[in-house]
Structure formats: C-alpha cells, structure tokens
Design a protein around this ligand. Structure first.
Ligand SMILES: Nc1nc2c(c(=O)[nH]1)N[C@H]1C(S)=C(S)[C@@H](COP(=O)(O)OP(=O)(O)OC[C@H]3O[C@@H](n4cnc5c(=O)[nH]c(N)nc54)[C@H](O)[C@@H]3O)O[C@H]1N2
Ligand SMILES: Nc1nc2c(c(=O)[nH]1)N[C@H]1C(S)=C(S)[C@@H](COP(=O)(O)OP(=O)(O)OC[C@H]3O[C@@H](n4cnc5c(=O)[nH]c(N)nc54)[C@H](O)[C@@H]3O)O[C@H]1N2
Ligand code: SF4
Ligand SMILES: [Mo]
Length: 716
C-alpha cells in the first residue's frame, strides 16, 4: 500500500482526525514508505491541543491487523472463499431483490452500528444504497444508546438534533450524571482532552459534581461524588425541579416567555418530596437541597447526563428532566450553560428536513414505535423469528456487532442463524458477521478521507477539519463510499431502475459547506480552505442561538410534552414498591476498549484482563467470594462465568461489568480477541426491558444474582 504523495520513502507527517470516538482528536501520523513510524497527538489541532488516547495509537495495529479483511468473502457450503467485488455486488442485489419480490419490502432488515456515524463515506453514501430498500425494518445502535436525547429534543425543541451541549469550557458548575467522560472521552460532548477541560473548571473556582453508582475515573477527579441507586435518577431530578419550583429559585432568561407547559410541569413534580426521593435514590436530602441551590445560584451551570441515565427504564424521563433543570436555572442557551452548536455543515434549524418523527409506524410483533424511520433494536430477533407477513428473511448489517451490543444477545445470535440471506459491510469476521453469506470489507481507515459530519454537531467549539487519506487503497480494496455506490447501482439495476453513482465524499462536503452558515459570512469558509487546513479550523465558541433555531410548529419550547405526564405516574408507582436489596448490574467503559470491536489489537488488550466483574469487598464476604475467583453471574434466565475483582469504588449493592466482550466463537477470525474473550454482558440484558417512552434498551440497573461457581458447572 503506497503512502499517498510519498514515493521517496522519506519520513512524512500526516495530520488527521481520529475517527474512533466522539472526541475526534487531531493525530500526527509519521510514515516512511508503507510503514507507520509513529502516531502522536497533533499539538496544533485547535480543539484537541495534542491529546491522544491509546486507541488512537492503536490505529497502527488496526491498519496492519492481519485478521482485518481486505477483499470480499463469500460463504459457500460453510467455507469462506474470496469473491470479486463486482460479483459480490451482483450477488447481494440478486438475493435482496428476489427476497423482496417473494416476501415484500419489509422482509429485509437493516442494522447500522456505531462506526457508521464516525465514518464519512458511510454518512455521505450509505443511504444511497439503503434507501433503495424500502423496508420498515431498520435498526441502529441509537436504540441501545442516545435515543431518549433525540426524542426529548424533538418533543421540546422540534428537532432531533437540537441537542444543547454543556459549555464546559465556560461553566462554573458541571453536574455529570450517568456519564464517565474520563473513560469515554465524552459523548454528545465532543471535548477532547476532557481531563484538562474538567480540571480547568475547578482551577477557575468552579465545581464538577458526579452522580454515579460507581466512583468512576471522572468522579475521582471531581469536586464531589454521590453514589446513587441505579435507575432512580428520574426521581432525583424531579425532586430537584420541585425544590426549584417550591422555593421560587427559577432564573428566567430570554427563553422563559417562549416556554409552554411550565405550570403543568410544576404541578406534576409536586409529589416528589426530597425526603421520599432521598430514601429511594440513596442520596441524602441535605445533599440534594445543597446541590439544587448551587445549580440555581452559580453564575453558570450545566447538567449533563449520558448513557447511565439514557439506557435505563426511565431514560426519556431523565433526559427530559435534565433539559428542564437547565431551562429553569436559566442555563439553556446561555454561555457556560448549554448551547446548540453551529457546525460548518448541516446545523439543525427550521429549514432542515431532518427534524425527525416518532410513532409513524410500529413494529409488527410487539407494536413498538419507530423513531425517524428506525425501530428499537430490542425487537430485531422477534421480527426475524416470528412467522407471518412482514417477517424479516434477510439482514444487512453495516458496521455493527449486535450479537455483542444488543440485549437478549443469545436470541439474536440464534435468529441471525435462521435467515435466508445476510450481508455485512464490515472489516472483521466477528460474532455477528459470522452469520453472513457475504462480508464486504472497507479498506483501512487510514485509506479513507475524513470529515466528521456528526460529532461537530456535539462539539464544545464550532470546528471543522478535513483529513486526507494517509495511504492509497490497494487495487483490490474498496473505500466504503465505493462499496455503497457499487451496491446501490447493482440493486437499482436488478430492480430495473436507472441510478447514477454519487460523487466522491469531498464533492458532497463542498455542497454542504456552500449550504452552511459560514459560506456567506464576511470571511467565508471555502472548500479549498477546509481541504488544506490540515490541523483543522476553529470557528469559535458556541454562542446562544435560540429561539431562532427552534423547530416546533409554533416556534416555542414545549416544556411538558404529553407523554411525560404518564411516565411520571409510572415512576410514582415504581417508587411505591418496596426497594429490594438484591444486587444490580451496571456497565463500564475502559479507555483501551471501544465497544466490541477493538479487542483484536494487542496494544489494547495487553496487561491484566479488562473484562472483570467489580464487586464491593463487603459483598464478597457476604457471598463467600474473593478477589480473582470465578463466579456465576445470572439474570433473566441466563448465566455467565465471570472473574471477580474486588473494588470499593462500587456501591455494595451494585456490581459492574464492561460490555462488548464475549469473543467465544471458533468460527470468527479475530485471533487476539479470541485469546482475551471475556463475557457478553448482553446475554444477561433482557430485550423486553425497555424505556417505554422511547423503546430504548435497559442496559443498566437490572437485578442479578451472584454466587460461587458450582464446581460441576461448565464455564459459560
Ligand atoms: N450492555 C451494554 N451494551 C451496549 C452498550 C453498553 O454501554 N452496555 N453501549 C451501546 C452503545 S452506546 C453502542 S454505540 C453500541 C455499539 O453497537 P454496535 O455498533 O453494534 O457495535 P460495535 O462494537 O461498535 O461494532 C462495530 C462494528 O463495526 C465494524 N467497523 C468498525 N469500523 C468500521 C468501518 O469503518 N466501516 C465498517 N463498515 N465497519 C466498521 C466493526 O468491525 C464491528 O463489527 O453498543 C451498545 N451496547
Ligand atoms: N474508551 C471508550 N470510549 C468510548 C466507548 C467505549 O466503548 N470505550 N464507547 C463510545 C460510545 S459508543 C458511547 S455512547 C460513549 C458513552 O459515554 P459515557 O456515557 O460517558 O460512558 P459510560 O462509561 O457508559 O458512562 C455511563 C456511566 O453511567 C453510570 N451509570 C450506570 N447506571 C447508572 C444509573 O442508573 N444512574 C447514574 N447516575 N449513573 C449510572 C456508569 O457507572 C457509568 O459511569 O462512549 C464512547 N467512548
Ligand atoms: S480519545 Fe477518541 S478520538 Fe481521541 S485518540 Fe482516543 S479514540 Fe481517538
Ligand atoms: Mo454509543
């Protein structure tokens, strides 16, 4: 693979954005011929200022990984064989069109995983192919992740992507609830070098307060950490709202006169007395009162909540209450509070067609609502296995590993094995793609150009960066946008439709820029500037932009969407039930891991095993278990054999296990990952447990049983 513009084998520096996580750090990659000499942080990147994490360094191993597929493969009589690209496109097109002719459009399911949104070619070209498949059975990682955020923004502000971002570079008080940015590097909060950004809050006299069932890496660096009983955050947040209402601590701002529903909202929170909630969530009443008062008194403050308050039974209620707290304390759309970003390409606003919609149709078997053309992935297995009109007979997975990443994982694993046809666009033969008939692998990420069309929307500064490929792809490899063009043209031809290929992603970026907010300013941002600014372009801090960008029909904020009222009643019922003292399971992210798919890189998995169950020492004593021992962890009728790690960072009633592991199948091609298998958290999570408002999966806070391993048990 020759390095682009590098025929002389001299060391050459390439600057690029890391596409692996939401932090989009600037990287400096030094190559010599075809070799990567080093990967370090780019000190001249205005957003990341030289920050890099071990995953960025591991791009070198990802690029060179011998297990990463280079050309398409086809399963013939149970054996994988290479197949030419054009033959692969043709085969996919023939199979998909035949299945749709026989069983109808909905017989094809599509699952799009997380790397789609981290990948330019997927963003610009993926839908060129998938929109030809007019199925209602579309799924993505959104419904095991941030769906409640989008739903709340749609309901309150009229647009799924009007997501106010915590202005952490200017805030005086950051309340982090259910997020661990020191391990995740920030989510719906693109803020590379988060450690220093959080330290800066404290250095300027501000506070960082963390509410989490585990004393996390972030909690350890915060001004204060409070343990919370998993899944009880909605009650806590409602009690805080009630305190504000009862004490008239609201701080009106320019949005207050434009807000509907404040009166109903005040009445709805009335039952949530601090004492009742304190007993339920495990945080002292005085702490709740003090924290609420500080939120109202601070010059600026932001409440920020992520996975821990999204993938739980009250995920939507939590995300709604967080917006309400920011609104009532006068911090919504305010410097140091929360602000909507203005990216160079495709900022959310009234003229945008992608506002989103909810409940236009429902899943066939369980009747769950679609959100913006996607059904919750918790219904995927039942839609494949339940016979009848509309049953899924074929699946397309694109950059996803749902066998490890979605609940009731065993059911999905079995369901995928029963399909008539499956194709995966993915660089690995892994737990999910082993079920495919064909795998189409994109070339190395370093052969792709990059521009972050999604995470610039969630960044703490307005910022734009285009990255050139570091290496040219080999003649027999394909870039992801080429794969989608190939699939789209073949499928259109199979259906007798004329279709043109889309131009390269760069042309699409130029169109997006021309349509964006910086094109017609005094100092316009041109495609030439973007393409040549190798360290990225800082477009300034986030600034207030509401109400002009509200997308609701009446141009106002809806502070009390109707479904919220019924969910508050559900919460009250839940709180009336006696609380059990059983163990609950929560998840964990590790700096050296990225969901399920980077465990094949030796640099990231070396050292002590990372897939261990954290248990409080007192709990271990009670259960006659000890550190380092293996034990049986069970829930919802399934068991895992886990390795115990004693830790007083978890609350005694909580145990903690990372997700994304369970590399236990011999028919995959991930040698290193299979040597470090770990266990699959999602074999215990139950696809029937959902946040009923959004259909988002419950991946945290469910009851588990832990006991010594019965020596006659086989490891699971
Ligand atoms: N229990 C539990 N479950 C969880 C979570 C949790 O916290 N706890 N987190 C959830 C969250 S937030 C998410 S986002 C999901 C993630 O869920 P998924 O997206 O389903 O899983 P990933 O592990 O991200 O798998 C990514 C897949 O994309 C492939 N891939 C990587 N790069 C590329 C590329 O450039 N192109 C293509 N075509 N393929 C690529 C990889 O080989 C892998 O197969 O998991 C969710 N599941
Ligand atoms: N290193 C690394 N970085 C990643 C990823 C990765 O896998 N590894 N994945 C990326 C992806 S796809 C995403 S979506 C982001 C996620 O980014 P984050 O949301 O910051 O990551 P998590 O570690 O899932 O943080 C969730 C926190 O919620 C806590 N929690 C669990 N249950 C509850 C609860 O009931 N209440 C409260 N208050 N807290 C609770 C957990 O203890 C945990 O600390 O990270 C991204 N970055
Ligand atoms: S923090 Fe995220 S973007 Fe930065 S180097 Fe690590 S994986 Fe890449
Ligand atoms: Mo995610």
């Amino acid at each position: 693979m020759p390095a682009v513009e590098n025929t002389l084998s001299q060391p050459q520096s390439h600057y690029r954005a890391c596409h692996l996580c939401e932090a989009i750090c600037g990287l400096k990659i030094v190559t010599e011929g075809e070799q990567i000499r080093s990967i370090t942080g780019d000190k001249d990147d205005p957003l990341s200022r030289g920050h890099i994490c071990p995953k960025g360094v591991a791009l070198k191993e990802l690029h060179g990984d011998p297990d990463r597929l280079r050309t398409p493969i086809q399963k013939v009589a149970g054996q994988w064989q290479p197949i030419a690209w054009q033959d692969a496109y043709q085969l996919v097109a023939d199979k998909l069109s035949a299945i749709q002719r026989q069983y109808g459009d909905d017989a094809i399911g599509i699952y799009a995983g997380n790397p789609n949104v981290h990948n330019l070619g997927h963003m610009t070209h993926g839908s060129h192919f998938t929109r030809l498949i007019k199925t209602k059975n579309r799924f993505s990682a959104t419904s095991v992740d941030q769906l409640p955020h989008h739903l709340v923004s749609l309901w309150m502000y009229g647009h799924q992507f009007l997501l106010p971002i915590a202005d952490i570079d200017h805030t005086d008080l950051l309340l982090v609830i259910g997020a661990n940015p020191l391990a995740s590097n920030g989510s719906l909060l693109t803020a590379p070098d988060i450690r220093n950004r959080l330290s800066a809050i404290r250095d300027r006299g501000g506070e960082v307060v963390v509410i989490d069932p585990r004393r996390t890496e972030t909690a350890k660096r915060a001004s204060a950490h409070h343990f919370i009983r998993p899944g009880t955050d909605a009650a806590l947040l409602l009690a805080m709202i009630k305190l504000i209402v009862d004490n008239r601590w609201q701080r009106p701002n320019h949005l207050t006169p434009l807000t509907d529903g404040l009166e109903q909202l005040s009445q709805a929170v009335a039952p949530f007395s601090v004492d009742w909630v304190s007993a339920y969530c495990g945080i002292e009443a005085a702490t709740i009162e003090r924290l609420t008062k500080r939120l109202c008194q601070a010059n600026s403050a932001a409440v920020y909540g992520r996975m821990g308050v999204s993938t739980q039974a009250f995920g939507t209620l939590c995300q709604w209450a967080i917006q309400v707290l920011n609104l009532l304390t006068g911090n919504l759309d305010s410097v140091g509070g929360t602000l909507v970003s203005t990216p160079a390409i495709n900022p959310a606003g009234p003229s945008d067609r992608a506002k989103g919609h909810f409940g236009r149709w429902h899943s066939r078997v369980r009747g769950l609502a679609e959100f913006s053309k996607e059904l919750p992935c918790a219904v995927m297995a039942e839609e494949i296995t339940t016979a009848g009109a509309g049953q899924i007979k074929a699946m397309i997975t694109i950059a996803g590993n749902p066998v490890l990443s979605t609940p009731s994982a065993d059911n999905l694993d079995k369901a995928l094995a029963s399909l008539d046809f499956m194709v995966s666009v993915d660089p690995y033969l892994n737990e999910t793609t082993r079920h495919a008939d064909l795998i189409l692998p994109p070339a190395s990420p370093l052969a792709h150009s990059h521009y972050d069309l999604i995470f610039n929307k969630f960044a703490v500064r307005n910022y734009a960066k285009y990255s050139k490929p570091v290496f040219a792809r080999a003649a027999d490899e394909r870039l992801d946008h080429e794969i989608f063009n190939g699939l789209a043209l073949a499928l259109a031809a199979a259906n007798g439709m004329p279709l043109q290929p889309l131009p390269a992603p760069e042309a699409m970026l130029a169109l997006g820029l021309a349509d964006g907010p910086y094109a017609n300013s005094d100092n316009p941002l041109t495609p030439e500037q973007l393409l040549s600014a190798e360290h990225g372009i800082d477009l300034g801090p986030l600034t207030p932009s509401l109400p002009a960008r509200l997308c609701t029909d009446n141009g106002r904020i809806n502070a009390f969407p109707a479904p919220i009222a019924t969910d508050i009643a559900r919460l009250q019922q839940q709180m009336d039930r006696p609380t059990s003292s059983e163990l609950t399971l929560i998840g964990k992210r590790d700096l050296r891991s990225n969901n399920s798919w980077m465990h094949n890189l030796p640099y990231l998995v070396k050292g002590k095993p990372r897939c261990v169950l954290l248990v409080h020492p007192n709990t271990l004593t009670k259960l006659h278990l000890s550190d380092g021992e293996t034990a049986q962890l069970s829930a919802n009728g399934n068991q895992l054999t886990v390795t115990i790690a004693a830790s007083d960072d978890v609350h005694p009633e909580v145990v903690c296990l990372p997700h994304g592991w369970g590399h236990r199948f011999a028919d995959t091609q991930q040698q290193v990952a299979n040597e470090h298998p770990g266990v699959n958290f999602n074999r215990l999570a139950d696809a029937k447990q959902l946040d009923p408002l959004s259909g988002n999966a419950v991946l945290s806070g469910f009851t588990v049983q832990l006991k010594p391993l019965d020596k006659t048990d086989k490891p699971l």
